[in-house]
Ligand binder design. Structure first.
Ligand SMILES: C[S@@+](CC[C@H](N)C(=O)[O-])C[C@H]1O[C@@H](n2cnc3c(N)ncnc32)[C@H](O)[C@@H]1O
Length: 236
């Protein structure tokens, strides 16, 4: 099964926001099926075909629905405890389903596969972890915080560092996609750190088209429902 990936960047894969406490918190979220999201993702998988790469896969929610529908799926995540949780969850599935799922550990800001995927997805606002890590772990950002003489300068460094990490993710996605392949990022403008002009610049630089779509959610009352807006990128 697919597992030939590399991730150049070291990830602190068992601590902080990738550690056990975080995983415990996150996996308390119901692994319920969010109808609109799943219908949307399954229709894209039918359109593009598999195998599907699920970036920042978490507890295996998305690989499970895709594999049940017959698609091979690689769940990719930086967190060792999270992947352990996901592997354990998948063990409970029927063999025909679980053999379609594999997991790979790595950093979504810098990865590559020998395989080229027709569809890469990044759900549940996970794109924003690129920003979170920039803010908490990047040495340049930390230095700027320590030495700042005006708020403005810190703002500028933080924005640049965050955008570099997000761009690393887009670059990695583009080199891992087949020509004509699609990627999906939900909540593309969340928290206002990235605007549409940033996405347009990325699209020009890395040669993809952008479509913005909505998907509809059944209210499940957890407060964790994904933001109902997705960006679909199509590689030229
Ligand atoms: C909200 S959860 C993901 C949920 C999953 N996509 C879903 O829809 O159920 C965010 C995940 O991002 C992972 N993550 C955070 N930073 C990452 C990085 N730099 N590379 C890969 N995964 C990362 C975390 O370990 C966590 O599992």
């Amino acid at each position: 099964m697919l597992s030939s990936a590399y991730s150049k960047r070291e990830v602190n894969a068992s601590q902080g926001y990738l550690g056990n406490d975080y995983v415990r918190g996150l996996t308390k979220q119901p692994q319920e099926r969010r109808d609109g999201e799943f219908v949307f993702l399954l229709s894209k998988a039918k359109e593009c075909g598999g195998p599907v790469l699920d970036l920042a896969t978490g507890g295996g929610r998305i690989p499970t629905i895709l594999a049940e529908a017959g698609f091979e799926c690689v769940g990719f995540d930086a967190s060792f405890p999270m992947l352990e949780f996901a592997k354990h969850a998948v063990q409970k599935l029927p063999v025909r389903v679980r053999k379609k799922i594999s997991f790979v550990q790595g950093d979504m800001c810098d990865f590559d596969f020998f395989e080229r995927f027709p569809l890469i997805i990044n759900t549940f606002q996970s794109f924003w972890y690129n920003f979170h890590r920039a803010a908490t772990e990047n040495p340049e950002y930390k230095m700027a915080l320590k030495n700042y003489n005006s708020e403005n300068r810190t703002e500028q460094v933080s924005k640049r560092v965050m955008c570099n990490q997000a761009e690393g993710c887009i670059y990695s996605v583009m080199r891992s996609l087949r020509s004509g392949g699609n990627f999906i990022i939900d909540s593309p403008y969340r928290f206002g750190q990235i605007e549409h002009t940033w996405w347009k610049n990325m699209a020009e630089k890395y040669h993809f088209s952008i479509t913005i779509s909505d998907y509809f959610f059944r209210e499940i009352g957890t407060g964790f429902d994904p933001y109902p807006c997705v960006l679909i990128g199509k590689k030229f």
